[in-house]
Design a protein around this ligand. Structure first.
Ligand code: PAP
Length: 348
């Protein structure tokens, strides 16, 4: 399915490249990738044979590393771009729906809203997966109207300067207690794992996660990159926690509106627009929609995932069902040490 954006009318974008320029850039990135890959340290993959460590982070060699290089070499941000950044399984799907609904609230009615028939990932595509899509008619970023809504798992320090400098784009970062991230990730990846590889045990996933070896890990470095960025440039990065969103969704969605430059008016508040958005994007609503139960999501030509896998329980603290006391103590200790002095804490 084509990536769904509010409309795909051409937006008079100035950064449309010629085919020639595009293919030159593509070739350069391919060369860089081929030169770099053989020299990178390898670690055990959770569902792929191995991960590689690039500039301090663990990535899948064929997808994440290649895509990252594409973004670094190829992507042309617009000042109006809105990026949703996250470590995987931290609440990406939920935030995609909330940002999409907030930014487009004057375009669509709640009774026939696109989110009722289109999955959040189709409303808000992954930059790092889709950029590699060779079929530009399927995902042509240059033709997306502003503001473009794009999501990334790329760590902050690996982003190109064009995305992080002070003039351009805004980031919303969502993070979550690492114990819930680990459990959510382990269950998710075991559902997707290839049939020819045995599923990874929780004990093994736990060890790898603690060592930082997981997609886009180490978890703590990922979170701290955006946390520190948000302290330096709070007008550019809004740092959110899944747990706060669960506890006070109305408060967080209002903050989101202010930060993105789409503040809710008093009239909208009194009409219950914020409540409507929260209800539309709730786990209870989204997870029971036909589109999220039966359709699949094509992230790139090699990555197709059933939408239902993005909705499991949507709870805070489900780690209690899976992790042993020893695991909890060890993970909490690592988190405490890694975040010490940063001002960032996760509840236990
Ligand atoms: P991704 O990084 O692969 O896109 P992501 O959406 O970040 O995944 O995380 C999925 C988690 O968010 C799941 O958590 P769980 O395994 O602990 O249940 C999923 O259930 C949860 N989730 C998805 N949609 C919502 C929502 N609307 N409200 C709350 N949680 C949600």
């Amino acid at each position: 399915m084509a990536a769904f954006q509010p409309s795909l009318e051409c937006d008079n974008i100035s950064n449309i490249h010629s085919e020639q320029t595009d293919s030159d850039l593509i070739q350069k990135t391919d060369e860089r990738y081929r030169d770099t890959l053989p020299n990178l340290p390898k670690g055990k993959g959770w569902i792929t044979e191995h991960l590689v460590q690039y500039q301090g982070f663990w990535l899948t060699p064929n997808a994440a590393l290649k895509n990252l290089m594409w973004v670094q070499d190829h992507f042309k941000p617009r000042p109006t771009d809105i990026f949703l950044a996250s470590f995987p399984k931290s609440g990406t799907t939920w935030l995609k729906a909330l940002i999409f609904a907030t930014v487009n609230r004057t375009r669509y009615g709640f009774a026939d809203h696109p989110l009722l028939t289109t999955g959040p990932h189709d409303c808000f595509p992954f930059l790092d997966a889709h950029l590699q899509e060779k079929d530009r008619s399927r995902f042509d970023l240059d033709r997306f109207p502003s503001p473009r809504l794009l999501s990334i798992h790329i760590p902050y320090i690996l982003l190109p300067n064009s995305m992080t400098d002070h003039q351009s784009c805004r980031f919303v970062y969502i993070c979550r207690d690492p114990k819930d991230v680990l459990v959510s990730k382990w269950l998710f990846l075991n559902k997707l794992g290839p049939k020819d590889l045995p599923p990874i045990s929780l004990e093994e996933a736990f060890e790898l996660f603690c060592q930082g070896i997981s997609h886009y890990g180490p978890f703590w470095d990922h979170v701290l990159g955006y946390w520190e960025g948000s302290l330096e440039t709070p007008e550019k990065i809004l740092f959110l926690k899944y747990e706060d969103l669960k506890k006070e969704p109305l408060v967080v969605v209002k903050r989101l509106g202010d930060f993105l430059g789409y503040p809710f008016s008093l009239e909208e508040e009194s009409k219950g627009v914020v409540e409507e958005i929260v209800k539309l994007c709730s786990f209870e609503n989204l997870s029971t929609l036909e589109v999220n139960k039966v359709s699949e999501q094509k992230f790139s030509k090699d990555t197709i995932i059933d939408n239902r896998h993005f909705f499991r329980k949507g709870k805070v603290g489900d780690w209690k069902t899976y992790l042993t006391t020893e695991m909890v103590e060890r993970l909490d200790e690592i988190t405490y040490e890694k975040l010490l002095g940063s001002g960032l804490v996760f509840g236990s």
